[in-house]
Design a protein around this ligand. Structure first.
Ligand code: AHG
Length: 342
C-alpha cells in the first residue's frame, strides 16, 4: 500500500468537520468554492507577464478571447464560483459599489455572505510582486429572501471564517474558522492546496516594521515617535528593527505573521481614515492575527469591535505581534494625552 503524508485542503476541511456532527458542510463547501476560484486566478496571475504577448486590457488575445484586467477577472471569477455553488447568499466586493445578492435557485436558503477583496495589491501585478485575495465569511443576520446591507455591515467579532490567498513565489491559502490558523501551499503538479503550515502562531515579539515611510510628514507625532523607536539602537531589545514594506498588504502581512512584526497603515493628514477597507482588508486580517496570537487595532480600538456603517469604509490599521502593536498604541496614547493637555 502507498502511504502519503500530504493532506489536501479538502481532506483537512472534511476532517475538521468530523468533530461537529451537526455541521451541514455549507461552510466547508464555501471554503472549497473560494479555493477553487483561487486556483483559476492563480493560473491567470502566473500568466501576467505574458500580457504583452497575449494582448492588453480591452484587446483580444490569440485565442480570440477578450483580455480582462486581472482584478476584474478575479472579481468575476470569485463571484461566479460563489454564485454557481449556492453556498453563499451574496457578496460584497472591493470591486463593486454595492453588494450583490444571489437570487438564483441554488442560493435559496444559503446562510452565509462573503466580503472579498479579489485581488489586493493589484498595482504590483506588472512588476511581478506578490499579490493576494482576502476573504471574510459571515452568517446572515437578515431572514428576508434576499440578503440585505445589514448582513454585510457586521463587526469583525461576528466573523465565521476569514483568510487570504497569496500569489507569490509559491501560492498559499491561509485561513481560520476561529480556532486555529492553517496554511496550505498549492502544489501545481497536482493542482491541490496541501497543508504546509499547521496552527500558525505569530511571534509574541516582532522585529520588523512595515509602513510606507514616504508619508512621514503626514503621520501624526505618535506614529513618527514609534518609527523613531523602531530605528533606535538598543542591543538588549534587538533594535533597530528591520524595515520591510512591499506595498501589498497580503505579502507584508504574511511575512510578518510568520516572522513577527507590525504592519501599519495609519491615519494620514490628508487621509484621516487611512487607505485600507474595514470589510475587505482590516477585519479578515484582524480575525486571522488574533487567532495566531497577535493583535489588530485602529490605534485606539480593537479592529474587530468596530461597527461598520458603510460597505467601503476605511480604517487605520496596526496589526501584528503583540509587543509591537502594544508599543505603537503607547505612543499614540501619549500623543492623545499631550493633545488633551494643550
Ligand atoms: P492596490 O490594490 O491599489 O495596489 O492597494 C494596495 C493596498 C495594500 O495592499 C497595500 O498595503 C497598500 O494599499 C499600499 O498603499 P501605499 O501605496 O499608499 O503604501
Amino acid at each position: 500500500m502507498i502511504s502519503r503524508k500530504v493532506m489536501t485542503l479538502n481532506e483537512f476541511i472534511l476532517q475538521s468537520q468530523k468533530g461537529f456532527p451537526f455541521a451541514t458542510g455549507e461552510l466547508s463547501n464555501l471554503l472549497y468554492d473560494i479555493s477553487f476560484a483561487a486556483k483559476i486566478v492563480n493560473r491567470e496571475v502566473n500568466k501576467a507577464g505574458l500580457v504583452d504577448i497575449l494582448g492588453t486590457t480591452g484587446n483580444v488575445n490569440v485565442q480570440g478571447e477578450e483580455v480582462k484586467k486581472l482584478d476584474v477577472f478575479a472579481h468575476e471569477q470569485f463571484l461566479s464560483s460563489l454564485r454557481i455553488s449556492g453556498h453563499c447568499k451574496g457578496v460584497a466586493s472591493e470591486e463593486c459599489d454595492d453588494f450583490i445578492d444571489f437570487d438564483n435557485k441554488h442560493a435559496e436558503g444559503a446562510k452565509y455572505v462573503v466580503c472579498i477583496d479579489p485581488l489586493d495589491g493589484s498595482s504590483n501585478i506588472d512588476v511581478n510582486v506578490s499579490i493576494g485575495t482576502i476573504f471574510a465569511i459571515y452568517r446572515r443576520v437578515s431572514t428576508t429572501p434576499h440578503c440585505t446591507l445589514e448582513d454585510f455591515l457586521q463587526p469583525g467579532n461576528q466573523l465565521v471564517a476569514s483568510g487570504y490567498v497569496i500569489y507569490g513565489s509559491s501560492t498559499m491559502l491561509v485561513y481560520t474558522t476561529g480556532t486555529r490558523v492553517n496554511g496550505f501551499t498549492l502544489d501545481p503538479s497536482i493542482g491541490e492546496f496541501c497543508l504546509s503550515h499547521e496552527n500558525i502562531k505569530t511571534p509574541e515579539k516582532g522585529k520588523i516594521y512595515s509602513i510606507n515611510e514616504s508619508y512621514q510628514q503626514r503621520f501624526s507625532p505618535g506614529v513618527n515617535e514609534f518609527i523613531r523607536h523602531c530605528k533606535e539602537e538598543d542591543k538588549a531589545e534587538g533594535r533597530p528593527y528591520s524595515s520591510r514594506y512591499i506595498g501589498s498588504l497580503v505579502a507584508d502581512f504574511h511575512r510578518n505573521l510568520i516572522k513577527g512584526g507590525i504592519y501599519i497603515y495609519p491615519s494620514l493628514s490628508n487621509r484621516p481614515k487611512g487607505k485600507l477597507r474595514l470589510l475587505y482588508e482590516c477585519n479578515p486580517m484582524a480575525f486571522l492575527i488574533e487567532q495566531a496570537g497577535g493583535r489588530a487595532t485602529n490605534g485606539h480600538q480593537r479592529i474587530l469591535d468596530i461597527q461598520p456603517t458603510k460597505l467601503h469604509q476605511r480604517s487605520p490599521l496596526y496589526i501584528g505581534s503583540n509587543d509591537m502593536v502594544n508599543k505603537a498604541e503607547d505612543f499614540i496614547r501619549a500623543e492623545s494625552q499631550l493633545l488633551a493637555e494643550v
